[in-house]
Write a protein that binds this ligand. Structure first.
Ligand code: VTB
Ligand code: MG
Ligand code: MG
Length: 328
């Protein structure tokens, strides 16, 4: 088989491919637990349910795993804290990034695209960032020249370059942006260029992945700032789907800069490419909690529970959609 788009990413296949199905079980269980809290208005309970279920399932996976992006610091949260050792205790040494319930608000309000997410990489290959750090992000799909867009350029420059490369007028470009007051100027700028703006209320991991799947989603580019952990998780997915992304951390206080330094970040102004955020061999899994554009949500049927998961592997550049029935 001739592998082309994979070549740029190609690294030795260090991670056992059978772990893909193991990860599906983990995000499935997290999503099912959260699903019982859909629309109940209780973000905390939904999040905790997902954490607990993921944790229990991770304990069965044959890895020596370490959480590098988790729910918080060891003294802040009980489970899935940064530095926690997870897995069955034998197998490869790997690093894990989780967001047990990405889009807690979406789940609590039963709105689209809340997902249970996990990425797994070789030891030391995921950027380690704390939960309260934000990141400027820009992402486009595969098939464009390297460096076509840049996180430090203006939105106008970026969408103009993209429209030209795509061979369409700016009025046929769609940008996805988190609906936040801090993005008001960005949204105005995009609209004044004639670009269509798809506003999402939460969930920018899905937002970035949508930009890499333009043919299915109609979204050409993702722009704006959001959680840095979500940036690393999105980059892990992009390693598998193809596409470009850049991230720049927002370290706007000395406390954040110190914390980042302690986590190994030397240059606070560094621009991270996809492979700086998630390097080497990477696996990514996400299960839908609420019905969304990316994945259907959990279906609670009379006799069974149905889940839909996407699981990806960077080495093979495979994306698999796994629909599962779990008998009650
Ligand atoms: C961001 C985004 C997430 O929450 O962290 C956002 O990356 C936080 O929003 O996908 P605020 O600007 O309100 O802090 C999500 O949308 C959901 O966790
Ligand atoms: Mg979370
Ligand atoms: Mg999140």
């Amino acid at each position: 088989m001739k592998l082309t788009k994979a070549d740029a990413n190609r690294t030795p296949a260090h991670i056992d491919r059978s772990l893909t199905l193991e990860l599906v079980r983990v995000t499935e269980h997290g999503a099912i637990a959260a699903a019982y809290w859909r629309g109940k208005g209780n973000e905390k309970a939904a999040d905790e349910a997902a954490v607990e279920a993921m944790c229990a399932e991770l304990g069965k996976v044959p890895i020596r795993g370490r959480i590098v992006i988790g729910e918080g610091e060891r003294d802040e949260v009980e489970a899935l804290y940064i530095g926690e050792e997870v897995g069955a205790g034998s197998g490869a040494e790997v690093d894990i990034a989780v967001d047990p319930l990405e889009g807690v608000t979406l789940c609590a309000k039963n709105q689209p695209d809340s997902i249970c997410v996990l990425a797994l990489a070789e030891r030391g290959r995921l950027l380690n960032v704390a939960r309260n750090i934000y990141m400027h992000k820009i992402a486009i799909g595969p098939g464009y020249p390297d460096g076509l867009v840049h996180v430090d350029r203006t939105a106008t420059e970026n969408v103009s370059a993209l429209a030209e490369a795509k061979g369409v007028p700016l009025s046929e470009v769609t940008a996805c942006v988190l609906d936040r007051p801090r993005h008001a100027a960005l949204i105005d700028e995009l609209r004044s260029c004639g670009v269509a703006v798809k506003l999402i209320s939460d969930g920018d991991i899905a937002g970035v992945i949508h930009a890499a799947q333009t043919e299915d989603t109609g979204i050409d580019i993702y722009l704006g700032s959001g959680g840095a952990p979500e940036g690393v998780l999105a980059a892990a997915a992009l390693r598998c789907t193809g596409g470009q992304m850049q991230g720049k951390l927002i370290l706007d206080t000395s406390e954040k800069r110190d914390r980042a330094r302690r986590m190994g970040i030397e240059d606070p102004a560094r621009i991270y490419e996809v492979t700086d955020l998630a390097a080497g061999d990477v696996l990514f899994a996400a299960t839908g909690v609420t019905d969304g554009n990316m994945l259907p949500g959990v279906k609670l049927r009379r006799d069974c529970v149905e889940t839909s998961t996407i699981v990806m592997r960077s080495w093979s550049q495979t994306m698999r959609w796994v629909n599962a029935r779990h008998m009650r």
